[in-house]
Design a protein around this ligand. Structure first.
Ligand code: PLP
Length: 385
């Protein structure tokens, strides 16, 4: 039948858009901050980006070389389980290769865990404020997400999280708990004794996902993988996006008991980790000098940013990450916009529910100084007041 023959209001034949799953309807796309290139174009002067906790030194030159060497072989599919990198990571962490799963960024790892383990209606406990992906992947699976506020120091409140996981009074125990150490955006950490008490208190059948994306910058002796033997339901998430400076390649990994990975292997896409990422990751892992320089730079940056905040009479959260959360005591969005005018990009805390805070990544010394100058000028002008 031609459109002319059908009456007014009649619908076109053929497929129509269908609504997404109800769990998807409540989700919103990730909103990325402005890139340095965009701001440079806008202001006509080189911009400084201190907004995404990237490594200001860039990737290891060894990683760049290794990435280049695989380009001629790109007609071949990559190794399904990134065998060489998996073995190197196993050696690095003192675990077996079967305990390592290499993924397309740790974001993919978090989603895979949710897809494999979270059932519609399950309770999932997350810290707040923290990395938004935990709630997102849990909601995607139809979970009921319970947020547990951080303690006053900006670290996980482990006793409160364990209590939330236990449920009781008709509330079922949680299926998954996400922990972030050092926590994004505060940089806070918990101690080994608190964690020991926490693992004792977590109910059976609850997976504990410990995200250590920033672990390499942390000066405290706590190390998630050391707990794997004691905690068969523990997953440690790590990434190559931070200290290794490979965010653009999308490479992360998880460490857990082999039994945790068995069902995940059936869920994952076989070739999600590309050949360039595998080769670069292997070289980056071996370049310990680059890692050491990156860690040292972050330490100096933390000190500089914390001291700056103190001098300006602002609160800086104690951080073990490569970033510092500063409470500017006024509308952070306005401060963020004013800093853009000075060519500096930071992350306003609004999306974390922290409307008076900005999260500043530790940059190169000259980048930190540019930020300091800009912040002083913004506060002096009363911009964002
Ligand atoms: C706490 C935390 N976990 C995971 C990630 C994501 O890492 P990836 O780039 O490996 O997906 C980030 C990125 O900012 C993060 O802050």
């Amino acid at each position: 039948m031609s459109p002319v023959e059908r009456g007014p209001g009649a619908r076109e034949p053929g497929p129509e858009p269908v609504p997404p799953r109800p769990e998807v309807e409540g989700l919103t796309p990730y909103v990325a901050g402005m890139s340095a290139e965009e701001l440079t174009r806008r202001t006509g002067r080189p911009a400084v980006k201190l907004a995404s906790n990237e490594n200001p030194l860039g990737p290891s030159p060894e990683a760049v070389r290794a990435a280049g060497q695989v380009l001629a072989g790109l007609h071949r599919y990559p190794a399904v389980l990134a065998d060489d990198l998996r073995e190197a990571l196993a050696r690095h962490h003192g675990v077996s290769p079967q305990q390592v799963l290499v993924t397309n960024g740790s974001d993919e790892l978090l989603r895979l865990l949710a897809e494999t383990y979270i059932r519609a209606g399950d309770r999932v406990v997350v810290p707040h404020p923290s990395f938004s992906v935990y709630s997102r992947v849990a909601r995607l699976m139809g979970a009921r997400v319970q947020q547990v506020p951080l303690n006053a120091g900006g670290a996980m409140d482990l006793p409160a999280m364990a209590a939330a996981a236990q449920g009781g009074d008709g509330v079922p125990p949680a299926r998954v708990i996400f922990l972030c150490r050092p926590n994004n955006p505060t940089g806070g950490v918990f101690g080994a004794e608190d964690f020991a008490r926490f693992v004792e208190a977590v109910p059976a059948g609850c997976l504990v996902v410990l995200d250590e994306a920033y672990k390499e910058f942390d000066d405290t002796p706590f190390n998630g993988p050391d707990w794997l033997d004691r905690c068969p339901g523990l997953v440690v998430a790590r990434t190559f996006s931070k200290v290794y400076g490979l965010g653009g390649l999308r490479l992360g990994y998880g460490l857990a008991a082999e039994a945790v990975w068995r069902p995940v292997l059936a869920v994952r896409d076989p070739f999600s980790v590309n050949a360039v990422a595998q080769a670069a990751g292997l070289a980056a892992l071996a370049d310990r000098e680059h890692v050491a320089r990156s860690v040292e730079l972050a330490r100096e940056g933390r000190q500089f940013l914390t001291q700056l905040a103190t001098e300006l009479g602002l609160r800086a959260y104690p951080s073990q990450g490569n970033f510092v959360l500063i409470d500017v005591g006024r509308d952070a969005e306005a401060v963020h916009r004013a800093l853009l005018e000075h060519g500096v990009i930071v992350r306003p805390g609004t999306s974390f529910g922290l409307p008076t805070c900005i999260r500043v990544t530790c940059g190169l010394p000259e980048e930190n100084r540019r930020f300091a100058e800009a912040l002083r000028a913004v506060l002096h002008q009363g911009d964002g007041a």
